[in-house]
Design a protein. Structure first.
Length: 321
């Protein structure tokens, strides 16, 4: 008995993905089981029937949601067509201050002949006969639980609601043509690697006078030979001699911005020790302040020594150094 209920439950559960199957067929798979049961199993069967009805109703509801969602995705897809994506490589030093960059790209621009309307000069735009000027077409499907409406962008007017009486000879009624253009975009200070910047209405021109899309610029920061960026902090290597590490010293260091600063080496410095220099890192993106510069000390061991140097080192060795 329990096996037969499990088998019927598997049959009804498989009907969730079959939307075209009527509800009567789904219940017909359960009713033969009822005739084989007694009064004690009747509540279990009723619960099974209730679960089957809820499952079927949820499948229909889910189908309706998917249909409405598909209409939304069609509208978003038409807007996404106007968006433009591209990459921009910059040096690490270019992230230290805000600047403007000129970039060249191929994109859809407004047709100069028809001024973006899509019709030949001297002709008019007529209301689309397919959607009657709404920009959308809908299809109604009747089910036993009511009617479901599927909305989508009109394929004739591409959602504009109007169709040119005579299409433009240059853009073929699209209102835009593809050209190579050069635009100037601002790059803020502190921009990081793989960061995406959005520039409104700098993307492809809209279809037949619609609003232009956005330009999305992905920043790729090139690797630097001397500096490594960690967040807004910079890390660099500072080689020093053995005598500088023991006695201490003041050395010059060239920053990422190209300025020379004096760095104090403390007495008894060890290889691998970090020296922090405040406010010499990368500016914080979108806010005041900047990161710090960390210098990683590395004591260099000389490979070749003069006789005088060797004598001095032997004397130091005898002194226990």
């Amino acid at each position: 008995m329990e096996k037969s209920l499990r088998k019927s439950a598997r049959l009804t559960g498989s009907c969730r993905t079959t939307r075209k199957e009527p509800n009567t067929i789904v219940l017909a798979r359960v009713f033969p089981v009822i005739s084989q049961l007694g009064a004690r199993e009747l509540p279990l069967v009723l619960a099974l029937i209730k679960t089957t009805l809820v499952t079927y109703l949820m499948s229909l509801t889910g189908a309706t949601c998917l249909i409405l969602l598909s209409a939304k995705r069609v509208a978003e897809a038409s807007l996404a067509e106007a968006k433009t994506f591209m990459l921009r490589w910059i040096d690490l030093s270019e992230t230290l201050q805000s600047q403007k960059k000129k970039i060249s790209l191929h994109k859809q621009v407004v047709c100069q002949r028809c001024q973006g309307q899509g019709n030949e000069p001297g002709t008019s735009l007529d209301k689309c006969s397919a959607c009657r000027g709404t920009g959308q077409v809908h299809q109604v499907k009747r089910t036993i639980f009511g009617s479901m409406t599927h909305y989508s962008t009109c394929p004739e007017c591409q959602g504009t609601g109007f169709a040119p009486q005579k299409p433009c000879n240059i853009c073929r009624g699209q209102g835009r043509v593809k050209e190579k253009v050069t635009i100037e975009v601002p790059l803020p200070a502190g921009v990081d690697n793989n960061q995406i910047l959005k520039f409104s209405q700098q993307g492809h021109a809209g279809l037949r006078g619609q609003t232009a899309g956005d330009l999305y610029l992905k920043i790729i920061v090139k690797e630097n030979e001397r500096f490594v960026r960690q967040g807004d902090n910079l890390l660099s290597l500072l080689p020093i001699s053995f005598s500088q590490a023991v006695l201490g010293d003041s050395v010059k260091f060239k920053t990422l911005a190209g300025q020379e600063i004096k760095v104090g080496i403390p007495r008894g410095a060890e290889s691998g020790q970090l020296i922090k220099i405040r406010n010499e890192g990368v500016p914080h993106y979108g806010r005041l302040g900047r990161g710090d510069l960390y210098l990683h000390l590395k004591i260099e061991t000389p490979k070749r020594l003069t006789k005088a140097q060797q004598e001095l080192l032997r004397k130091l060795q005898k002194e226990g150094l």
